[in-house]
Design a protein. Structure first.
Length: 495
């Protein structure tokens, strides 16, 4: 009977979010809870379970999964606690296991450690020793460091943006692990780092320029000798030394095939770098244009996207709307624990003066208005498409004139409409909705709105990358340095 360990530690951060993240921001699943939560869900581990269950005489052992939504940098002490909890259950299997699958995001960062996933994998490797194969899965925005590559036998990553192929990616990780453990393949990896960070509509894999690299990676994956292939664009807000875009290919011992394929993806990507950047409408112009339009309209505020690691406390678009006396109904959300507290001290129907927003990120100033308390809530929810539990904590719906606002204690991912549905609100009932995510699946907004303005608002996850102030990432780096040069170098990794 072969035994496979299954575990995960997933989070991405924005180094530019001033609010550090604590341990209690994570959902922790232990032992069989990992299986129970993921079985049948569109999650990495869910897909891996499905695939591994097909293999006869193989047992999955579930140990631990710390799942953190995107946030500011993780407090280092919280990270060390997670590492300890992660490693502890592995110890008893160190002599009695045939492989490990670890679900990672790849864009973590703590207040002290700039390669947390590398650190974690090195510690796992110390326990499991050199012979046990480890395969990891990563988000497309992951930062695959040398230390990570040195400690694993295989890597797979998402092939979609906006992301939909979580379980498919988990299945690919399981297949790769099976090939190593049962078929005896010997993985060799080639990767090519590209000094560019990117953002914007051309990254949408279905319709954008970046789709070329992904289609190439998928095509070569059908080659019998290729064990996995992918392209990581990294999370440009995770300001760490190894931040960059990169291609990688794992083959069964064929260095030449791995290297030519990784090089091809990297050199095809580089000339597109200037097109793979944000395309914005200014704050004032988007609001004044929206005022004249029939609607419905989406105002994308990617600069305050909790899914990219922002605190969710921006009121920048609302402030501009108030300033311009925006004439239409608006639906928005703001993280503001103080505003929630005041709302919860009041009964439904009360009128209260409350400041909203600008509590965490000093780029924004509080907006004080007279609000009617519409409702109170405090219940976690699951996203429309993603199998991630979101816990906004105590929340309330406030209304002031034509503005309806969900105020919450904790940031939640807004890649869809679930934050509004969870509060009994439907964006389709409003002229304008503020969407704090760079991109959503088209059906959530784009398919039915008249216009979706990509607003150039201030914030810690602004797609206007040179405004952020990177200090740790390698330089030169496009577009922080417009004259950055690319001299392709292939690095090989094998165990
Ligand atoms: Zn991502």
């Amino acid at each position: 009977m072969k035994k496979i360990l299954i575990m995960g530690c997933t989070q991405e951060i924005s180094s530019f979010n001033p609010a550090p993240c604590r341990y209690d921001f994570f959902e922790i699943y232990r032992a069989d809870e990992v299986r129970k939560f993921n079985t049948g869900r569109n999650s990495y581990i869910g897909g891996a379970i499905e695939e591994l269950n097909k293999i006869p005489n193989l047992e999955c052992i579930y140990t631990y999964h710390a799942e953190g939504s995107a946030s500011g940098p993780l407090e280092h002490s919280a990270f060390l606690k997670i590492v300890e909890e992660f490693l502890e259950p592995i110890k008893k299997y160190s002599d009695n296991v045939d492989g490990a699958y670890i679900s990672l995001h790849g864009a973590m960062g703590t207040t002290e450690e700039l390669d947390p996933e590398g650190y974690l994998l090195e510690e796992v490797r110390k326990i499991l020793g050199n012979k046990i194969p480890i395969v990891i899965s990563l988000d497309l925005h992951g930062i695959l460091t040398s230390k990570m590559l040195e400690n694993v036998n295989g890597v797979v990553s998402l092939h979609t943006y906006p992301h939909v192929d979580f379980s498919d990616t988990g299945r690919r990780a399981a297949k790769m692990l099976k090939k190593i453990i049962i078929d005896g393949v010997t993985p060799v990896a080639a990767r090519v780092k590209i000094p560019a960070i990117v953002r914007g509509n051309e990254l949408i894999t279905e319709t954008g320029l970046f789709g070329e690299q992904i289609r190439y990676a998928k095509n070569i994956s059908s080659d019998k000798e290729v064990l996995s292939a992918g392209f990581l664009i990294s999370n440009p807000f995770t300001d760490v030394p190894e931040l960059c875009s990169q291609s990688y290919v794992f083959t069964d011992g064929d260095r030449n095939l791995a290297s030519t394929s990784a090089l091809r993806m990297a050199t095809d990507f580089w000339p597109n770098r200037s097109k793979l950047q944000g395309n914005f409408v200014s704050l004032t112009k988007s609001v004044s244009l929206g005022s004249t339009m029939k609607g419905p309209i989406a105002f994308t505020d990617a600069a305050d996207a909790p899914s990219s690691g922002a605190p969710g406390d921006s009121n920048a678009i609302l402030v501009e709307m108030v300033k311009q006396s925006y004439p239409h109904s608006v639906l928005g959300s703001v993280v503001d624990p103080k505003a929630v507290e005041i709302a919860n001290e009041n009964e439904i129907g009360n009128q209260v003066k409350i400041s909203v927003g600008g509590l965490l990120d000093s780029r924004h100033s509080p907006l004080e208005l007279d609000w009617e308390i519409i409702s109170h809530s405090n219940s976690p929810f699951i996203l429309e498409r993603w199998a991630f539990k979101q816990d906004p904590g105590p929340s309330a719906v406030l209304k002031s004139g034509s503005i309806t606002l969900v105020v919450m204690t904790n940031p939640v991912i807004q890649v869809d409409r679930s934050v509004y549905f969870a509060n009994g609100l439907d964006p389709r009932d409003f002229h304008s909705t503020i969407v704090k995510s760079p991109h959503c699946e088209p059906e959530f907004f784009d398919d039915w709105v008249e216009e979706n303005f990509n607003v150039d608002a201030p914030g810690s996850t602004s797609a206007n990358l040179p405004t952020l102030g990177h200090v740790n990432c390698q330089r030169p780096m496009y577009p922080l340095d417009l004259d950055a040069d690319f001299n392709p170098v292939v690095e090989f990794f094998s165990r």
